[in-house]
Design a protein around this ligand. Structure first.
Ligand code: TYD
Ligand code: MG
Length: 454
């Protein structure tokens, strides 16, 4: 019997302690240490990460032309920066039931049609269950191989034997290495198994997708270290009762981050949404107070979304402020600017602000749209449905220029918007032909005057 010992490992950073601590001394997060039983003589790592190469001049290193394999799923390729880079490891995170397995099975099917064998390792579902799912998704190519296995040593053997063009591991949390005594899903197992697979991907040049589940707090279960180890981290976002799904690159060694892909879950798997702006605006009420359209930029792509605000009399001592899809602190700041600089009476009002369609937006270019939506709801004056509003707001209620103004306006033009309220500072750089009026403003007051004209 190997000697067992109990250790406490931080789920965020992998810090190990002999006793339980409420707060990790390394990453300073609370309640992240979990108990694990390990064999006492456990070695840190059993795989060889060294490639045995000597230092060489960077200029002499040649790379093959076929650097990226497109998956043929356009939205996925866009996020990956054009396709899958050979030997790269891509982590796909998301809540259970969001569609990770579905997306990767679809991508595997497409890849196996064009690139040869793709190995889909399904540790969570039996082969029959995966077959049932694949049947829903359409024709199954001959080169799509599946195995239901959780032993990482055997999986590595299969990869070496079949030399697939791509491997999908669904999911990393169910894999285990029999040489470690801790259970599957524990920090040390997740780290050990992914380390082994990453080393294998680099050695064989076979790209590997790892599926990872996300905990309630929104971080990947298992150590955060996983995010540092892999080349690309994609997050699948969305709400289960809304059929849109947004795939977002939060880290990408081979492409830009913050790029998003939009999908819709249907009865036949995930479908790409080629025109997300149209989709997000499709249920917009016309002539409703508190609704404003703003073109935001996600990655390199402009996306039109509807900001909705509801302002109503409050009978609470501390009126409620609530936001969904937007930064709460930013909303508080904008409300303060509207009160102090613009003179709107918001002190005794409950204020709710929402982005329609379940999208999350961070950038400051939507400030002015939020301010106009709040003012529009307070005054019960709708904004013309053919207007878009664009601008960042400063603390003295000045409207500042935004980046990528031209591509944002072009997208709005394409969808038939006729007027754009925008910072005056942006006007000199915009060369747009066609029938969209650009109304330059310097302050929030001027913007409200134009937007809420009866
Ligand atoms: P799944 O890919 O199993 O999610 P994950 O791997 O992220 O846990 O997706 C599960 C959900 O998607 C499930 O609730 C059923 C739904 N679904 C469809 O609506 N249509 C389909 O064609 C498929 C395969 C799944
Ligand atoms: Mg799954």
């Amino acid at each position: 019997m190997p000697k067992l010992k109990t250790v406490f490992i931080c789920q965020q950073c992998g810090y190990q302690s002999a006793k339980w601590l409420g707060r990790c001394p390394d990453c300073e997060n609370w309640n992240t240490l979990v108990e694990e039983v390990q064999t006492a003589q456990e070695e840190p790592s059993r795989y060889n990460l060294s490639s045995g190469e000597k230092p060489r001049s960077l200029s002499e290193i040649e790379i093959s032309k076929q650097l990226r394999e497109p998956t043929q799923i356009k939205e996925l390729d866009r996020i990956l920066g054009g396709g899958i880079v050979a030997g790269s490891v891509i982590l796909v995170g998301g809540e259970p039931g969001i569609g990770k397995s579905t997306l990767l099975l679809q991508a595997s099917a497409k890849l196996s049609e064009n690139q040869g064998i793709v190995l889909y390792v399904s540790g969570e579902e039996s082969m029959r269950q995966t077959k049932l799912r694949a049947d829903r998704l359409g024709k199954i190519p001959k080169n799509l191989y599946i195995v239901s296995e959780t032993n990482v040593v055997l999986i590595a053997e299969y990869i070496k034997k079949y030399k697939p063009s791509c491997v999908v591991i669904d999911s990393i949390q169910v894999l285990y290495n029999p040489e470690l005594s801790s259970s599957a899903g524990s920090v040390s197992q997740v780290r050990e198994c992914s380390g082994m697979l990453i080393a294998l991907a680099k050695a064989t040049n076979i790209p590997i997708f790892l599926v990872g589940h996300v905990t309630k707090e929104g971080s990947l279960a298992g150590p955060r270290v996983l995010e540092h180890m892999v080349d690309t981290v994609l997050y699948f976002e969305g709400q289960r009762h809304i059929s849109f799904r947004i795939l977002r690159a939060v880290k990408n060694r081979f492409g830009s981050t913050n790029e998003i892909g939009v999908f819709q879950m249907t009865g036949y798997g995930l479908e790409e949404v080629e025109n997300p702006s149209q989709l997000f605006l499709s249920q917009r009420p016309k002539q409703a107070a508190g609704s404003v359209v703003v073109p935001c930029i996600e990655g390199t792509r402009p996306l039109l979304v509807e900001i909705q605000a509801l302002v109503s009399n409050s009978n609470l001592a501390m009126p409620r402020r609530w936001s969904s899809g937007l930064d709460y602190n930013r909303i508080s700041l904008l409300i303060a600017v509207l009160e102090k600089r613009v003179g709107l009476g918001l002190v005794n009002q409950d204020i709710f602000v929402n982005v329609a369609g379940g999208v999350k937006i961070q950038e400051p270019a939507i400030d002015l749209a939020i301010a106009v939506a709040v003012a529009s709801s307070l005054k019960e004056v709708p904004v013309d449905p053919e207007n878009i509003v664009l601008g960042e707001i400063g603390l003295s209620a000045e409207v500042r220029a935004v980046t990528f103004a031209e591509s944002r306006i072009k997208e709005a033009q394409r969808l038939g918007f006729k007027r754009c309220i925008i910072s005056k500072n942006n006007l000199k750089d915009i060369k747009i032909k066609g029938d969209i009026d650009l109304l330059g403003v310097e302050t929030v007051n001027q913007a409200l005057e134009i937007a809420l004209k009866r």
